[in-house]
Design a binder for this molecule. Structure first.
Ligand SMILES: [Fe+2]
Length: 139
């Protein structure tokens, strides 16, 4: 049977890798060169948050009554995009530094506790929930 913790942790690593690739590209080729990876990173993270918010958290809340708020990451992602559009390298790297810290906090908090609890409470529905998340289109 599929495991929600493993599935979501793998998605964290996937987002981390794209984020790191975007920063590397900005370093080597400047912000204009980082545009495509920014768009990829934004879509991957938005998809991740929506898997949590639209599928996993509601199922978890229904089962346990416990709620998890959304992250503040979206506004930061938007600001990174604005820095790229204005070709403001100093602001870009200032924002990505903050974002890196928030990303690590998001990942750590969920991987150490929340996903474990989610998997414990929702193990019977894991296959169904994962297939819902996999087929989910970002809105
Ligand atoms: Fe997450």
């Amino acid at each position: 049977m599929a495991n929600l913790k493993e599935f979501m942790t793998k998605d964290h690593r996937h987002c981390d890798d794209t984020f790191a690739a975007m920063e590397q590209k900005a370093n080597s080729e400047g912000l204009a060169g980082a545009k495509e990876l920014y768009a990829e990173m934004k879509e991957e993270m938005e998809h991740h948050f929506q898997m949590e918010e639209r599928v996993m958290f509601p199922a978890f809340e229904e089962k346990t009554g416990m709620t998890e708020g959304p992250t503040q990451m979206r506004s930061l992602i938007k600001e990174v995009g604005e820095a790229i559009a204005r070709d403001n390298k100093e602001r870009f790297f200032g924002l990505t530094e903050t974002m890196m810290i928030m990303l690590q906090q998001h990942n750590m908090k969920e991987e150490q506790m929340l996903y474990t609890m989610v998997q414990q409470h929702l193990s019977a529905d894991a296959d169904q929930l994962i297939s819902m998340m996999e087929s989910m289109v970002t809105q």
